[in-house]
Design a protein around this ligand. Sequence first.
Ligand code: G6P
Length: 371
Amino acid sequence: TAAEKDGYDWFMRKEIFEQPKAISDTLLGRYSPQGELTLDEIHISPETLRRVNKIIILGCGTAHYAGMVAKYAIEHWVRIPCEVELASEFRYRDPIVDSQTLCVAISQSGETADTLQAIRHAREQGAKVIAICNTNGSTIPRESDAVIYTYAGPEIGVASTKGFTTQLIACYLLGLYLAQVRGMKFGDEIRTIMDELEAMPAKMQSVLDHADQIYTLAKGMEDEEDFIFIGRHVGYPIALEGALKLKEIAYLHAEGFAAGELKHGPIAIINPGMPVFAVVPPQGRDQLHDKVVSNIQEVRARGARTIAVAEQDDNEVDQFAEVVISLPKVSTLLQPVLAVVPLQLFACEIATLLGNDVDQPRNLAKSVTVE
Ligand code: G6P
């Protein structure tokens, strides 16, 4: 009913705007004033976690993209090799898994059959499984050795939004927790990152406060047939997620590419006027930023309409992108939490302009309980 939607036209839009709260709820109580991280329901001993020599992150759809972001953070902070795989692919390829493998299963609903089958298979081989899940008592956490709950609250819109950003938060918490347990990061280092995470809800709110800019951008773009999203590093999964949102609810052809791959094929499909969204990393970190700015110039030279999601006051991007959507300053690894928001708003607005049922898109189910 309208009342449940709190005045919003769609649950999805309401859920996009609930994200600052969902994130702060997910962070709540996990970090003590003494500087120690504690996660709920981790029934895996510190010794076992110290012996882990490989992490495999599993999920489907949006959850898989959260896992892709997690790989960058976990490998950087914890220095354990980390694979990310679609649950449906992992299960049927004879993966190398043993008792020193830690599987991380990401699932909003906790009922996705592909993910469930994957963890059953991993546990049969002796792996330990940590679930990142939004649904208390659902099957995937019940069949796991440990759970980190996200506190997004019920997600009704089929296309995941607050489910995704809280999964990102849980992945960062897991990375920091593993670093703490393995004695690789302590007090001050963890505190710096936790401080940044705790500042995230307010930063996200300021992105949401500028939603009108996205709605104005969307107007007229619903007639486009193809959309391209590009990104590098943690911006790459965000490009994939931006494209997925458009496919799911707008039924439009949208593709995400690693920006560095453009020249190896995808740039050939750029037509004059084609919208290309670029997720631009914060300025001044090991060339990443400048590389994406060059990619923007490359597609622009082929006539693309360039829309950059970039850090505020990024004057290089201002010169080359036709439209710039500004994000508050944040470190590279954490930027996905903010960068995805304009892309969610954009997809929601395009689907609304097209007259689609945003909350119940055709052919999709909120939770896919068949393989
Ligand atoms: C379905 C939904 C997606 C979701 C995926 C994984 O396909 O339509 O939005 O990302 O399942 O769901 P889960 O509940 O496992 O996170």
